[in-house]
Design a binder for this molecule. Structure first.
Ligand code: ZN
Length: 506
């Protein structure tokens, strides 16, 4: 074995620990009995420790030095160089963060999340505020250390890099402010034009058993196998849907509501989109750093592509509405295709991010990004958060927040210390728009293919351009490789403008 192969063999252990933690987390969210939770947290803490010891070990450091030396002497190819780079990056960050701080953050995280749940249920911001302050303080300390290790401009940039490697807050500010300027008037137009759209037929009661048949049918359509002897997927139920795992074991979870079949339809397409990404990474890269998703935003672009660009299109429903009608014994028989697609695309001013439609969604994210930036630049304090939140919701989305549970306390991210995460959701929309523009060049007839019930070439395009390349490039570089352009919100805005003006006639 050469020094590069030795390094990879050692790092494989880190990747294996990650996949074990992943499956334990999945079990924690799905089937663990209540009394098992405490011992599970000990199991996960041990794995975290083992992982930390492995990455910061003298052995790994030696192997890394030898591999880097070898890389200069022998000419390694881009994938090999990228693997070494990614291991070095992770090793430096893990080594520079004091263990004491990491432990304090994990502890505070557990406390803040517990208090957040209670405070949210009781609409009691004052109860949450002091714990969030502590969480933010620790996160700032961590961000300052990471800023120096990563050599980026600000502590907040160091956090962004954890979710969207190499993206900067300046770059995101530029993209988001341009998007905000165009989105606000577009939201106004869409809300006005879709205010009388009938949606009652979406809320007919459909037994869960039938909804499960619909989801099985949908995952079959997109080619996410949960039932054959060769299946690499499965579906279980949780409060909030998610996807976990990679390569040959990628699981999704869903939530069924009797009176809201659309909810599980779009969750299935969304999580299915995430699952296809993980399953179609270059098979030779399993348990290597490059054999994982490149960023949260690119991941989100894949789920939203299947959910929104394909799944909420007229073309898809031209094909699928008759199937949905058959599966539900004809309860959509009287619903016209145009009425159906208007209903599933209705635009509403919303207070809650996870209930937001395709047009308003990114505004929810821009608000959070602007607030996070101000927090980490010490321009605002935690106590000012509710007022700032409410005034931005009024200004950008035109809604009046009545209480903090539907306002600043709605998401778990800040309680969990996940600062810098939110921008990835909107970047997912933005990347998706750029990918769509590129795909339309390669597959000009993709819409008629979908209308004929064929998703194969669209899927193949996404696999070849995105999934297969995994983490070979940072997200902006991947987008550049595929589209020849830097990240920009223009294609996404054009897509929205075209789609919604056609749908609602403005
Ligand atoms: Zn997602």
């Amino acid at each position: 074995m050469n020094p590069y192969q030795k390094l990879l063999k050692k790092f494989r252990e880190v990747m294996l620990i990650d996949s074990v933690s992943g499956i334990l987390h999945w079990d924690l969210e799905t089937y663990i009995p209540p009394r098992g939770v405490k011992q599970r947290s000990e199991q996960l803490a041990l794995l975290r420790q083992l992982r930390h010891r492995l990455i910061t070990s003298r052995k790994l450091s030696e192997l890394l030095n030898q591999a880097e030396k070898y890389s200069i002497e022998e000419s390694l190819d881009v994938t090999q160089k990228r693997n070494i780079y990614l291991i070095r990056k992770e090793q430096e960050e893990e080594t520079k963060l004091p263990e004491e701080l990491v432990a304090k953050i994990a502890q505070q995280q557990a406390i803040t999340v517990t208090v957040w749940k209670k405070a949210k249920a009781a609409c009691d911001w004052k109860r949450f505020e002091p714990e969030l302050e502590k969480m933010l303080e620790f996160s700032k300390q961590r961000a300052v250390i990471l800023r120096d290790v990563k050599d980026v401009a600000t502590p907040y940039d160091a956090l962004l890099d954890e979710f969207e490697p190499s993206m900067t807050s300046n770059q995101i500010t530029q993209i988001f402010s341009q998007m905000r300027t165009s989105l606000i008037p577009l939201v106004n137009k869409c809300v006005e034009a879709s205010k009388n759209v009938e949606t009652n037929f979406l809320h007919q009661k459909i037994p869960i058993g039938i909804q499960q048949k619909i989801t099985t049918n949908l995952v079959k359509f997109i080619g996410y196998d949960i039932s054959s002897n060769e299946a690499g997927g499965r579906i279980d139920e949780t409060e909030h849907p998610f996807t976990t795992g990679y390569y040959n074991d990628v699981r999704i979870t869903l939530h069924y509501y009797e009176g809201n079949v659309a909810s599980v339809i779009f969750a299935t397409l969304h999580e299915g989109g995430h699952a296809l990404y993980e399953q179609n990474i270059n098979p030779n890269w399993q348990f290597q750093p490059i054999g994982t998703a490149t960023s949260y935003g690119i991941h989100e672009s894949q789920s939203r592509f299947i959910e929104n660009i394909v799944g909420r299109s007229r073309d898809f429903w031209q094909y699928y509405l008759p199937h949905l009608n058959d599966l539900t014994s004809g309860i959509f028989a009287k619903v016209k295709l145009d009425d159906f697609i208007r209903a599933i695309n209705r635009v509403k001013r919303s207070k809650i991010r996870i209930e937001a439609d395709e047009v308003t969604y990114s505004l929810h994210i821009i608000i959070r990004f602007e607030i996070e930036q101000a927090l980490f630049a010490d321009k605002i304090t935690v106590s000012e958060l509710p007022d700032l939140w409410n005034s931005k919701y009024d200004e950008y989305l035109g809604v009046k927040i009545e209480h903090d549970s539907e306002g600043v306390m709605q998401d778990t991210h800040w309680a969990s210390g996940l600062f810098g995460y939110f921008p990835s959701y909107a970047l997912g929309n933005i990347y998706g728009g750029q990918l769509l523009a590129a795909m339309e060049n390669d597959l000009p007839d993709w819409r008629s293919q979908i209308a004929a019930g064929n998703i194969q070439s669209i899927k193949q395009w996404l696999i070849e351009k995105v999934h297969y390349n995994a983490r070979l490039y940072d997200p902006a570089d991947l987008i550049y490789q595929i589209t020849g352009k830097q990240p920009s919100s223009n294609p996404f805005l054009t897509y929205l403008q075209n789609k919604y003006s056609l749908l609602f006639g403005f």
